[in-house]
Design a protein around this ligand. Structure first.
Ligand code: CA
Length: 220
């Protein structure tokens, strides 16, 4: 699973983006300052998303530092129409930029493309006999492809990103809300979980991948 570091001082962006990226199968950490980012950047990240204006310094200086010390790929988050930042960022070795406000989907496709280009992508997630390739949105079991609907797939990714954690029904509803586009209620969630189990479990009546935790929710 690719590990991303978000460096951004806007708490709302960090929160929404982290949730979204986790839902897309990334492992996500964040820092709100340049110094906080440098403390973390030594850890093995595959890509850094970097805001230009940080409270304790500019993203440009941080980009040079990260590039020089760790060589980690960087995508700048710039203000829209800020060509100076775009040019400066790219001159400093940034791998790409995305202008705010950006569409999360657009950002994800940029992230995947930079990861591919820099040979950082090792995106396949395995759980038991299931293999999930988020780059291709492909799920296989024992090498055979399993076809999931967009929502079933999203639901599976939510479980994969919260391995071993009990997820309540309300948490799951929150997580798949965005992907659903339309109204997902408690009953439809039951239906989606059943459909997902029918496709991935050996015996859907005795699930071993997505387990029911009585009175609390579900656990992968
Ligand atoms: Ca900022």
């Amino acid at each position: 699973m690719a590990r991303l570091l978000i460096v951004e001082d806007d708490a709302a962006i960090v929160r929404n983006l982290s949730d979204y990226l986790r839902g897309e199968g990334f492992d996500v950490a964040s820092a709100t300052t340049a110094s906080g980012a440098l403390e973390l950047a030594g850890a093995d990240f595959d890509l850094v998303l970097l805001d230009v204006g940080l409270p304790d310094g500019s993203g440009f200086a941080l980009c040079s530092e990260i590039k020089g010390r760790f060589g980690t790929p960087v995508i700048f988050l710039t203000a829209s129409g800020d060509e100076y930042s775009v040019v400066t960022g790219l001159e400093l070795g940034a791998d790409d930029y995305v202008a705010k406000p950006f569409r999360p989907r657009e950002l994800v496709s940029r992230i995947r493309s930079v990861l591919r280009r820099t040979g950082r992508a090792s995106p396949v997630i395995e759980v038991g006999r299931l293999r999930v390739d988020p780059e291709r949105a492909q799920v296989t079991k024992d090498g055979k492809e399993i076809f999931l609907s967009a929502l079933e797939y999203r639901l599976l990714l939510v479980f994969l990103n919260n391995r071993g954690i009990v997820l309540s029904r309300s948490r799951l509803l929150e997580e798949i809300w965005d992907a659903a586009g339309d109204f997902v209620n408690d009953n439809t969630l039951t239906v989606y979980i059943k459909r997902l189990r029918d496709k991935i479990e050996d015996d859907p009546s005795e699930p071993t991948v997505i387990k029911t935790v009585r009175g609390m929710g579900y656990k992968l």
